[in-house]
Design a protein around this ligand. Structure first.
Ligand code: ZN
Length: 172
C-alpha cells in the first residue's frame, strides 16, 4: 500500500479494528518514510455467482428469486418464514465459498433439497417436482430415492461439506 503523500511502499499498522458491523477491517497505518498516517479498509470480495440454467443460459444468482421459489414450495407447510430465510442464506453462503463461480441450476436445486428435507417432506417433493426437470415419473422417483439416501444436512455437516468442496480443484 503506497503512502498517499510520498508514495513510499512500506508502512506499519498502528491499529486494526472491525468496522461496518464486522463486514470489514479498518487499519490505521503510518508511512515508514514520511510518517504520514492513513486508513485502509479490508473487505471480503464477493464475486458474482453465475447460474447455468438447464437450457445453457447464464444468469447471475438471484437471491430473492430463490427465496420466492422456496416460499412457494413451503406454502401451507407450517415451515416458519425465518427457517426459509435461513435456508436461502445457507445455500447462498455455500455458493459464495466455492472456488468456481459458475454453478449449474441443478446443483443449487440439490442444495435446496438437502436443506428442505429436514424442514418439510411436502415442500421437498414440491420443490423437486418443479425444479428438477424430470423427463418421466421414473426419473422423478429415482431422484427422490437418491436424495433420500443422503443424510439431511445439519449445521456442522454444512460446514464440513463446504470445506470439502472448497478443497476441490476449480471446475472453470
Ligand atoms: Zn509517506
Amino acid at each position: 500500500m503506497r503512502c498517499p503523500v510520498c508514495h513510499h511502499l512500506e508502512n506499519r499498522v498502528l491499529e486494526s479494528r472491525s468496522a461496518e458491523s464486522g463486514q470489514s477491517v479498518r487499519r490505521r497505518r503510518e508511512c515508514l518514510k514520511c510518517t504520514h498516517r492513513f486508513t485502509t479498509y479490508e473487505r471480503i470480495e464477493f464475486a458474482p455467482i453465475v447460474v447455468i440454467n438447464q437450457n445453457g443460459e447464464r444468469q447471475s444468482f438471484d437471491r430473492s428469486k430463490l427465496l420466492r421459489e422456496v416460499i412457494r414450495a413451503c406454502d401451507r407447510t407450517h415451515v416458519p418464514e425465518a427457517e426459509v430465510e435461513a435456508l436461502v442464506s445457507a445455500v447462498e453462503a455455500e455458493l459464495q465459498q466455492r472456488t468456481y463461480r459458475e454453478i449449474e441450476s441443478r446443483e443449487i436445486s440439490d442444495l435446496v433439497l438437502q436443506h428442505l428435507r429436514s424442514l418439510s417432506e411436502i415442500a421437498y417433493i414440491r420443490y423437486a417436482s418443479v425444479y428438477c426437470d424430470f423427463e418421466n415419473v421414473e426419473s422423478f422417483v429415482e431422484t427422490l430415492d437418491r436424495l433420500r439416501s443422503k443424510p439431511p444436512l445439519r449445521d456442522t455437516e454444512i460446514n464440513r461439506s463446504t470445506e470439502a468442496e472448497s478443497a476441490e480443484p476449480s471446475r472453470v
